[in-house]
Ligand binder design. Structure first.
Ligand SMILES: Nc1ncnc2c1ncn2[C@@H]1O[C@H](COP(=O)(O)OP(=O)(O)O)[C@@H](O)[C@H]1O
Ligand SMILES: [Mg+2]
Length: 273
């Protein structure tokens, strides 16, 4: 398929291809629009949970296209399914039905929803940077080591990984905090380290789930500015979940997730400024 053998062992890959041919469900490449190339195209997405009180349907028939370079904000009430949607887009969770095509630079678009766990892990490491409300830095490691971690996880030699991590600490204005452990950093600094870690593997897509939700207003504004700066300077496509409408309005498009549907509050043709 679309990943090197290290990410998709030969035997299971052959088995899967035979299986998908037999069942007629082999992935079909979807031509991407020429005018505005989509990085992500979501079609007919459904997510439901079986609960003791019956089936809980979070969303159904959800469609979404995000163009390369867009910064999309998703708003909606707590429990609307925003985090679940972000997890599905980033191959951390599987939809109940539907497809999530991600434009591949290697081949035809990848259906993220059909990846095996190993393929999904390789896909995440290569293509996706995640930032959450809480930084999830490892407390016993320094800021520099935390940022280097995704590079080490993909097998890079430590001296090279540390050098790249150090450059990323400079990008988030924390080059003088590399030796600090997370507990020795402020909330805003922790989130900036988390942002450097998210981007250290040069992903194309940044997914941020309430990245400023745990910060005071002024710090939240600064972290958001940093996200905007990195988004522009690294040619990222970004999807951010936020409760803060003021910050959401600085994105290129705002979508609201409510009652299982995504509604455009603004669109690319009418920037929310
Ligand atoms: N594993 C699960 N089983 C059942 N319900 C779940 C599970 N995970 C999440 N939910 C429910 O899905 C809903 C959406 O959750 P979430 O995506 O976190 O919403 P949001 O991020 O918009 O606050 C919530 O009502 C939550 O309780
Ligand atoms: Mg959430």
């Amino acid at each position: 398929m679309h990943f090197p053998p290290a990410a998709a062992p030969q035997a299971s890959r052959a088995a899967r291809e035979t299986e998908s041919r037999a069942s007629g469900t082999q992935e079909k490449p979807v031509p991407l629009s020429e005018k505005q190339p989509a990085l992500i195209r979501v079609e007919g997405l459904r997510k439901s949970y079986r609960t003791a009180r019956g089936e809980l349907v979070l969303f159904e028939n959800l469609d979404l296209e995000v163009a390369a370079g867009e910064m999309v904000a998703i708003v909606g009430q707590s429990g609307a399914g925003k985090s679940t949607l972000l997890h599905i887009l980033g191959a951390l969770d599987a939809p109940t039905a539907g497809t999530v095509y991600f434009a591949s630079i290697y081949a035809a678009p990848v259906n993220v929803a059909s990846l095996s766990p190993r393929e999904a892990a390789a896909f995440r490491n290569r293509e996706i940077g995640y930032v959450w409300q809480f930084h999830y830095l490892l407390p016993e490691f320094t800021a520099l080591e935390n940022v280097a971690m995704p590079l080490l996880a993909r097998g890079m030699r430590p001296p090279e990984a540390m050098k790249i991590a150090s450059n990323w600490l400079r990008e988030v204005d924390l080059e003088d905090r590399g030796a600090h452990r997370p507990g020795e950093l402020s909330g805003g600094e922790q989130q900036r380290v988390a942002l450097a870690r998210a981007l250290v593997c040069s992903p194309r897509l940044l997914l941020a789930d309430e990245p400023t939700g745990d910060l005071d207003g002024m710090t939240a504004g600064r972290v958001f500015e940093l996200i905007e700066r990195l988004h522009a300077s690294h040619g990222l496509t970004s999807i951010l979940v936020t409760h803060n409408m003021e910050l959401a309005q600085r994105s290129t498009r705002i979508l609201r997730l409510a009652d299982g549907r995504l509604t455009a509050l603004t669109d690319a043709a009418q920037p929310a400024t």
